[in-house]
Ligand binder design. Structure first.
Ligand SMILES: C[S@@+](CC[C@H](N)C(=O)[O-])C[C@H]1O[C@@H](n2cnc3c(N)ncnc32)[C@H](O)[C@@H]1O
Length: 231
């Protein structure tokens, strides 16, 4: 298994950004106390589809799912597939738990914390899809190492995807866009699935708008969508 090397300065060995916001209401706290433990990724050991869902199935992995709109939409669309979502922000996790309860999703497992810790425990070549939607931009150059789009995390994503597996990335941040294109241009292990500008300017089918994205559009931001196939 490819380990997540926390000593490597190009990887994210700690969490940046906030981990909780407004106080939870009683119903939200109940979701955290009751539903979250029931569907959490185990704390230790290898993470496989069989171990999580009882039998082998295509596995999807979302890094930083925010309030879980995309995760829930995909899981609802593909009920025979398994979904792992990771998000350190408690109020976001509560949002995802609400979707999972309301949509009766039995094919989602969550981790409240750093996605890379969990990704490192997935066997190499086990994932069909990895999603990284609107990662925190860390626009200042001196914070560039905090960006998820860096060699360490992308090496890990590459290792965990199966051949022909797909890495989807979206951003509305021009600095992040340039940075991501630079990082991905260096990669010989990914093929950018792009034939015309429409491929990155228009949201691809099966890629729902998240609350974050809707807000970005309301502010007049453009949004760019990228699909990379693991060679
Ligand atoms: C700008 S938000 C976007 C949320 C969501 N992907 C969307 O499109 O609505 C970025 C999210 O990444 C999460 N995040 C930051 N670092 C992370 C990490 N190491 N592992 C998992 N999630 C992380 C943040 O907590 C935040 O919710």
């Amino acid at each position: 298994m490819t380990a997540f090397k926390s000593g490597d300065p190009t990887t994210l060995n700690r969490l940046y950004g906030r981990q909780s916001g407004h106080k939870l209401r009683m119903g939200q706290q109940a979701l955290v106390d009751e539903l979250l433990p029931a569907i959490s990724v185990p704390e230790e050991g290898e993470i496989t589809a069989g171990g999580l869902f009882g039998f082998d199935r295509p596995l999807h992995f979302e890094i930083g799912f925010g309030s879980g709109e995309h995760l829930a939409y995909r899981a609802d669309m593909l009920p025979d597939h398994g979904f792992i979502g990771c998000e350190p922000f408690l109020n976001g996790v509560v949002g995802a738990l609400g979707h999972i309860r309301d949509q009766h999703l039995a094919n989602v497992r969550l981790h409240m914390g750093n996605a890379l810790d969990v990704l490192a425990r997935v066997p190499d070549g086990a994932l069909s899809f990895v999603y990284l939607l609107h990662p925190d931009p860390w626009p200042k150059a001196r914070h560039a190492k905090r960006r998820m789009m860096n060699k360490g995390p992308i090496d890990l994503i590459a290792a965990k995807l199966k051949p022909s597996g797909e890495f989807r990335f979206g951003t509305d941040h021009p600095i992040y866009l340039r940075w991501a294109l630079m990082v991905m241009r260096e990669r010989e292990d990914f093929e950018w699935l792009c034939e015309t500008p429409a491929d990155f300017l228009k949201r691809p089918g099966g890629w729902p708008e998240t609350r974050y994205e809707a807000k970005a559009r309301r502010k007049g931001h453009e949004v760019w969508y990228f699909r990379y196939r693991r060679k």
